[in-house]
Design a protein around this ligand. Structure first.
Ligand code: ZN
Ligand code: ZN
Length: 350
């Protein structure tokens, strides 16, 4: 009998330990917009990716990070049940309006409904070619049109709990240095189990890529990064620094341009604009070298199912999803390929 009691005790220990183990965690990556560049096409929202992490029980909703916020971001977030007040931080890959213009409406809405301060992580000011690229100035002036129209003062008079400076008063700017970037990125934001690293990239002055690491998995947001050698001949159109940052990551979300817009392929698309992006073929090869499991092409130039990209007609007509998949696959990528559609999501669970 004594031996049977021992056996029962031994069998019970793992069951009790299992019942007390930590809840499962999840990482969810959702494309809030897939439009590439300034044109408006087929109702797509501008570039943006929501990364959320948390317990499975809480639907990964413990930490919400928005990477870029193009046109229509608040509308897409509303389809996910996410309000601007819910976000913990916003990260900007660069100061191009197709990645930032939605932040104006997002911040105005957060201010209107008295959300709290919001971390904005972006590049420090960069001077290049006699011009200054300044995320700081963008943030400081984010509510200016509403201030100048008198709306901010009118609504503050209506509700004194609103920040008197308007939406810029809620921004907590966290500038990323352009000079001290480690080859694997430097930590620029963290909360609990979530760490975000940044690395400088080549596209326009002050461009960054980000990597989010969590116990449930990791994701890299490449933005519009391209190769540091901006003109051919070169080995690849992809970014060496994104490749280093993405080493061993689960998911890579990256802007993709199709070779149909390459110089000499029959479109009138400006060659310098084509050459500062990563093309779909080279992205597949780069993702394979970095050991990525899921390659998500977004910010598609040109957009799927459209005969033109702004004023630029697509030689051969509209592109399909397969037109992006084939070059990425043929360049050697073995993992899963996703061609971005607004609200497409990937979920990883611990
Ligand atoms: Zn862009
Ligand atoms: Zn850009």
């Amino acid at each position: 009998m004594a031996m049977h009691r021992w056996l029962a005790l031994i069998l019970l220990i793992p069951i009790a330990a299992c019942a007390e183990s930590a809840p499962e965690n999840c990482l969810e990556v959702i494309l809030t917009g897939t439009q590439g560049g300034p044109p408006a096409v087929n109702g797509l929202a501008g570039a943006g990716t929501l990364v959320r992490y948390g317990t499975v029980e809480n639907q990964c909703n413990d930490v919400l990070l928005q990477f870029d916020a193009g046109r229509g971001t608040t509308g897409r977030l509303s389809q996910l049940g996410v309000s601007p007040n819910d976000l913990d931080a916003v990260f900007l890959t660069h100061n191009h309006s197709d990645h930032t213009e939605g932040l104006i409406g997002l911040m105005q809405l957060r201010w209107h409904f008295m959300g709290g301060p919001l971390d904005l992580v972006c590049s420090e000011d960069v001077k290049a070619a006699g011009r200054t690229t300044s995320c700081r100035a963008f943030a400081e002036h984010i509510g200016d049109a509403f201030i100048m129209s008198g709306e901010i003062a009118q609504r503050v008079a209506e509700n004194k709990k609103r920040h008197p400076d308007g939406p810029s008063g809620l921004v907590v700017l966290k500038e990323v240095g352009q000079t001290a970037s480690d080859s694997k990125g430097e930590v620029v934001w963290s909360s609990g189990d979530v760490t975000v690293k940044a690395i400088t990239t080549t596209h326009i002055a002050g461009s960054l890529a980000f990597r989010v690491d969590t116990p449930a998995g990791s994701v890299v947001i490449g933005g519009d990064a391209g190769n540091s050698k901006t003109t051919p001949p070169r080995d690849s159109s992809t970014s060496e620094s994104v490749e280093a940052l993405a080493d061993g990551a689960d998911i890579l979300v990256h802007s993709a341009i199709h070779p149909v817009f390459a110089p000499g392929a029959g479109s009138k698309f400006p060659p310098p604009v084509y050459l500062r992006q990563s093309n779909a073929a080279d992205l597949g090869a780069m993702a394979e070298r970095a050991g990525i499991k899921h390659l998500v092409m977004t910010h598609l130039i040109p957009a799927l199912d459209s005969p033109s990209h702004g004023p630029f007609v697509i030689p051969g007509g509209p592109l399909s999803q397969n037109d992006f998949v084939v070059p990425a696959r043929e360049s050697g990528f073995q993992g899963e390929i996703y061609v971005g559609r607004d609200l497409m999501s990937i979920r990883l669970q611990q």
